[in-house]
Design a protein. Structure first.
Length: 405
């Protein structure tokens, strides 16, 4: 057996009591707590990013394709589903699906209140399964084969403002020439906690908008494009824009809702700064603790030198000791973080205020590559700093150290 490793095992905290054992436990705790907090931070950050991104993308698609138009009108200029883009989009491997939509502003009238809303008309190809997590009451609309469905889904916020719920019938007025109105039945209530959607958007049949605008059966306001992976959105946007008809434009949803995605990027920066501080504290603790252990073992160092021990050999004793501390700290830290993530994922122990955080519980995202990188970073940083206090051993003189008290 390696002599340095053998001695490091003999002086480890498992075989030491009193002061030495306490120092070892403090060292293990500092590494474990630092790693656990880092992993939990990335779990929560990833959960926020995934949860909010999925809500936005699930409501709007990753890209939107519409006709060129001036200004920021709520209504789109109609385009046909017979365009080259829509008939040939399956040739692009990164596209998952494309669905048509249209918007129409109007006034939704309750018993005592009137609310300005935006009717989003969707087609039967709308992915109601992906939208299901946002549903809090009722069901999705049923489409009619030969006529427009009079069913709509409203947000919980609009429901609370107008004091309406599923099963109620409500009138929506459309400002056009001549003015028109439609009677709808509320069949479902959704909630995303995102003001951009919950404050103004209700979901209905696109055929209603076609009838109001005098569009033909093959016309829609635009297309929502869903991709299979969001890792290369910029490259996908460039390739997609080259396949569009000359009168169509591509809108990246990240740019359309820049305030939401910029906020998520700011969270990234905060976590990286936090990780840097934790690594610095963990490294500082390891240096300090190793200095203390060297001072406590000064007499042992002197005896080993007197018996012919080389400085390199003695340094390895404390480096091995430090590595054992780091290994135990990493093991405990991973255990703490994984247990916390499991409990929060399945039992939602920590609630949130949805008005401020867009969700009602702390989200957890399991990202194994990130966990491995965190472990590697903490291991490398703390192991490298072990060589700093070990250099002090070279300056210890055997006679003075043996008499050291």
């Amino acid at each position: 057996m390696n002599l340095s490793y053998f001695i490091s095992k003999r002086i480890s905290f498992q075989r030491s009591g009193g002061f030495t054992g306490t120092i070892h436990r403090i060292a293990v705790a500092s590494v474990a707590i630092g790693l656990a907090i880092s992993m939990i931070s990335f779990m929560i950050l990833g959960g926020f990013q995934q949860e909010i991104s999925q809500k936005v993308y699930g409501f709007t698609g990753h890209f939107q394709v519409t006709k060129f138009m001036s200004g920021n009108a709520f209504e789109e200029i109609p385009t046909s589903i017979d365009t080259d883009f829509y008939t040939n989009y399956t040739q692009l491997d990164f596209i998952d699906r494309v669905q048509g939509y249209a918007h129409k502003p109007g006034l939704l009238k309750g018993d005592n209140e009137v609310e300005g809303v935006l009717l989003k008309g969707v087609t039967p190809s709308f992915d109601s399964v992906a939208f299901l997590p946002s549903m809090v009451e009722g069901r999705f609309i049923h489409f009619q084969d030969s006529s427009a469905s009079n069913e709509i889904i409203i947000s919980k916020r609009i429901s609370n403002k107008l004091l309406i719920s599923t099963g109620d019938r409500i009138t929506m007025y459309f400002v056009q020439d001549p003015p028109r109105f439609r009677r709808f039945e509320v069949v479902g209530v959704y909630e995303t906690f995102l003001e951009n959607f919950d404050d103004k958007i209700i979901i209905g049949d696109i055929q209603t908008i076609r009838n109001l605008n005098g569009w033909s059966e093959d016309q829609v306001g635009g297309f929502e494009v869903f991709v299979k992976s969001i890792r290369n959105l910029d490259e996908q946007a460039e390739e997609l824009s080259q396949r569009l008809d000359f009168d169509l434009k591509l809108t990246d949803v990240k740019n359309k809702y820049a305030e939401i995605f910029d906020w998520l990027e700011l969270l990234n920066n905060n976590v990286y700064i936090f990780l840097g501080l934790i690594c610095f504290v963990a490294a500082f603790n390891m240096v300090s603790i190793l200095f203390i252990l060297i001072m406590e073992r000064t007499q042992m160092i002197g005896i080993l030198k007197a018996l012919g021990g080389r400085n390199t050999q003695i340094r390895r004793i404390f480096i091995w000791n430090g590595v054992r501390i780091i290994g135990r700290g990493l093991l405990i830290g991973n255990g703490i973080a994984l247990v916390f993530g499991f409990l929060q994922s399945y039992f939602s122990l920590i609630p949130l205020d949805p008005e401020n955080y867009y969700m009602n519980t702390v989200p957890i995202y399991w990202n194994l590559p990130v966990f491995l990188i965190l472990n590697l970073v903490v291991l490398v940083v703390t192991t490298l700093v072990l060589f700093i206090p070990a250099i002090v051993i070279s300056n210890i003189q055997p006679i003075k150290s043996i008499r050291f008290d």
